[in-house]
Design a protein around this ligand. Structure first.
Ligand code: MIC
Ligand code: SF4
Length: 650
């Protein structure tokens, strides 16, 4: 039977379950990646599984998020991660090597393979033809140990690309166009498979920009074919042996096909405060800009930054705009330096930033009050930049550089500085010396002592689900609440390895009293309930957005809808993800309401439909947690680790 690319990779990796869209499927994972902000917890959980080494073909531990090192915390984390990597056979990417997704694409990504990463932008690997999925740290820990990854078998949408991009328009504008079409919610359980004659006009890093920001759609992942362009990229990286051709069979089936004419794509921006809030640059032209930041895992490749350097070459950045560039990897920095392009940036007045996440996660270069900041990154959630009142717009490198020069939103097609077209190099400069422990990868060095500084805490233990829910709606939030709202990063990022400390900041900018209220409810022996609107838990994969609420006594989230990765994280930490059976029942619950349910545990063991009695209002309503048998065993035990320890899931 004719297969699409998604079906080909999934069927080759299926270990259990069904390949019918909508049903539970378990797949073998070939490669894993972690980054430091999610990695410490992932490895603490891996350690608790008692294995002597990793079993996946390749496991890489990157350090790219917490590289600011104000105080001892980040450095403690790095030392812990390094020692774990050496002991268990994991490749360790030292701080300073670059951003996990850019590095993985350059040095390890393989067409046709599966990759699971504890970061929501792991789908960047789809640009090289992988099925690359973001997940919580514990799911990645299980995969590192050789266990399968469970997902809902996705529906596949074909995105047919025709034509070719105009000068000044690039991959970021394509994914912003896709976001304008699909929005950031309602795409759960879907994969986008790119196809058509336009594909061959895009280099691998451009494809990776598109699959990277597919995360903002809420899809499981996005994937491109592996073709002659992929071959050329792998040859240029000295990795020709990793290439295989991968295309959809003629007559392959898709749930849906949408067409995008690349020639009609215009320069676009995602306006505050959602990546789905897309407008054309033409409609914003002339508006003042205060800050321009170029980099992040979306747009920090050699091609992107060379384009920027050529645009500012021999010019000066506007005196009212602060401009920063953060390259994606050492390879990019070294090649820009060798070709004199770093000098072009510096001479133009650009601030050179570390090749790390930095500004993107709000722990660097927060803008001023009410500032307008143009960024090439992928998320502009309110407050993520570190400045609540800032207005963040997400744009292409070309649009960013044009604004850096003019001080206002400028359509790059009208900017004479845009170079005619920057090609991918025939050879990249390869230097893998900052990837440690490659010789012992997969085997490890068992005698390595694990380094645990005072910042390295413990994973909180989950408790079995109670028979009676004695709940209080400690907080009621609206639609599109992101994991940045639930568990802020930025200045708080350094507490990632210390749950009791980090838990103090749950909902910090949404309801500053949440920590106090939830702790009081928990300490009174009651259960904390979170009430939410649509698309709860958008954005990052950080399992702390489930782990810290669990620590504060949260037992249930009642929402209109919940996003995929966060929903899986809730289950993994013993919090039941309920969807209101009637969406209007959301309106009838207020913060502080007492929500009780007798037979809570038994109902979940059954069909998952539960009647909640609102004792405060004298009303009742039903909600359902549609869980697979495996997921039921996990929540009933109080989370994945507890379920594994009890021998109830393997
Ligand atoms: C993000 O971009 O939000 C992050 C920071 O990379 C997160 C991971 C994290 O919170 O550590 C992600 O995308 O999953
Ligand atoms: Fe790092 Fe930003 Fe990419 Fe997240 S989105 S991995 S913070 S660069």
């Amino acid at each position: 039977m004719a297969k699409n690319i998604v079906e080909k990779i999934l069927s080759a990796h299926r270990v259990a379950g069904s390949l019918v869209p909508g049903e539970e499927l378990a797949i073998r994972i070939d490669q894993t990646l972690t980054q430091d902000a999610t990695g410490t917890m992932a490895y603490l959980q891996f350690e608790s599984m008692g294995l002597d080494r990793v079993k996946a073909d390749l496991a890489v531990s990157y350090v790219d998020h917490n590289t600011i090192q104000v105080g001892f915390e980040n450095a403690d984390d790095h030392a812990y991660l390094k020692s774990v990597a050496q002991r268990y056979g994991i490749v360790f990417s030292r701080p300073g090597n670059g951003i996990c997704h850019q590095l993985h694409l350059e040095r390890f990504g393989k067409p046709g393979a599966t990759l699971l990463g504890s970061d929501s932008h792991t789908p960047t690997g789809g640009g090289i033809g992988m099925i690359a999925i973001g997940a919580g740290g514990i799911d990645v820990a299980v995969a590192m140990g050789g266990g399968p990854f469970y997902l809902t078998c996705p529906k596949v949408t074909r995105v047919l690309l025709t034509g070719a991009l105009q000068a000044g328009v690039s991959a970021k504008d394509v994914i912003l166009t896709v976001l304008a079409r699909f929005g950031t919610k309602g795409n759960v359980g879907r994969v986008l498979e790119y196809a058509g004659p336009g594909v061959s006009t895009l280099g691998v890093p451009a494809r990776a920009t598109i699959t990277n920001m597919g995360a903002e759609l809420g899809v499981t992942t996005s994937v491109f074919p592996s073709d002659a362009v992929t071959h050329a990229f792998l040859v240029a990286q000295g990795r020709e042996a990793d290439w295989v051709e991968l295309t959809a069979d003629d007559g392959a089936d898709y749930e849906q096909t949408v067409e995008i004419d690349l020639g009609a794509v215009e320069p676009m921006a995602a306006c505050p405060h959602s990546p789905g809030n897309v407008a054309s640059i033409a409609s914003l032209a002339g508006r003042r800009v205060n800050q321009v930041l170029i980099g992040s895992c979306t747009n920090s490749s050699y091609r992107d930054l060379k384009t920027v350097a050529l645009m500012v070459r021999g010019r000066k950045v506007h005196p009212d705009v602060e401009v920063g560039v953060a390259p994606g990897s050492r390879q990019v920095v070294a090649m820009l330096a060798k070709e004199g392009l770093l000098a072009d940036l510096v001479q133009a007045g650009v601030r050179l930033l570390e090749n790390a996440c930095g500004f993107c996660i709000g722990n660097h270069m927060s803008p001023g009050t009410d500032a307008v900041s143009l960024r090439t990154s992928n998320r502009n959630f309110e407050g993520r930049s570190g400045t609540l009142s800032a207005q963040i717009f997400l744009v292409s490198p070309e649009t960013a550089a044009a604004a850096a020069l003019t001080g206002v939103f400028t359509d790059p097609r009208a900017c004479e500085a845009v170079p005619a077209g920057v090609e991918e190099p025939a050879t990249f400069d390869v230097d893998d010396s900052m990837f440690l422990f490659r010789e012992t990868a997969g085997r490890g060095v068992p005698e390595t002592a694990i380094v645990r500084g005072p910042n390295i805490g413990e994973v909180p233990a989950g408790k079995p689900l109670p028979e009676t829910l004695n709940g209080v709606a400690a907080v009621k939030v609206g639609d599109k609440i992101t994991t940045d709202h639930i568990m802020p990063a930025g200045a708080r990022l350094k507490y990632r390895s210390n749950v009791p400390q980090y838990a103090k900041y749950v909902f910090e900018h949404v309801d500053a009293a949440f920590y106090k209220n939830a702790s009081a409810i928990r300490d009174a022996g009651r259960h904390v309930v979170i009430v939410a609107g649509e698309s709860y838990g958008q954005g990052s994969s950080r399992e702390h957005a489930a782990m810290c609420p669990m620590y504060l006594g949260v037992k249930a989230v009642l929402a209109r809808s919940i996003e995929r990765i966060h929903c899986a994280n809730l289950i993994n930490f013993g919090i039941v993800p309920f969807i209101f059976d009637r969406p209007e029942d959301y309106d009838a619950v207020a913060q502080g309401d007492e929500l009780a349910c007798d037979g809570f545990r038994s109902a979940l063991a059954g069909d998952g439909r539960v009647t909640f009695v609102n004792a405060t209002r004298g009303t009742s309503f039903t909600a359902t947690a549609a869980l697979s048998d495996r997921q039921k065993r996990i929540v009933l035990n109080g989370g994945l680790l507890a379920a594994v320890a009890a021998g109830h899931v393997s």
